[in-house]
Design a protein around this ligand. Sequence first.
Ligand SMILES: [Zn+2]
Length: 141
Amino acid sequence: MSEQNEVELLPGREECPGNLTWSAFGATYPDTVCASVLTWADGYQGIGLCDADDDFRERDVPCPFCSPEAFIEYEWGEPQDYLLLWASDESSADGVEIHFHDGQALWWTATHPERGEERVLIRRGFWEDGTFWTSEENRDG
Ligand SMILES: [Zn+2]
C-alpha cells in the first residue's frame, strides 16, 4: 500500500488496443475488433465492436476502451441499476471512472484515492423494500 499519491504513475485508462484479446462475441480466440481501427471501402466509419468472424460486421456493442460509459450502460444498465465496489474491501466506489483492460477476460480497475489502481466490482442489483440486493446473490434463490 502506497503512502504517496502516485495516481499519475498508475496505469489508469488504457488506449484502445484495436484488435482485442477479449472476445465480446463468445469465441475462445480473438474475434473482436474495434471499429476505430477498421476502414470501410466507401468511407463509412463504423462504431463499436465488430465481429471478425462475420465480415467485421458491427454488433451494437460499444467499445469499452473508446466509449466506456456506453459500454457500462450496455453491460450493466443505468447507474441506479448496479453497485460499484472496491474489490479489496467491498466499500463503495460510487462515482469512480472505470478503466477497462484487455485480456482473456475483460477486466477493469479504477483509481482509489489512497490505494491507487485497484479492481472494482460491478454488481447489478435491484431495489426491493429499500434493500439493495444483487443478482449474483439471488441467482439460485
Ligand atoms: Zn475501441
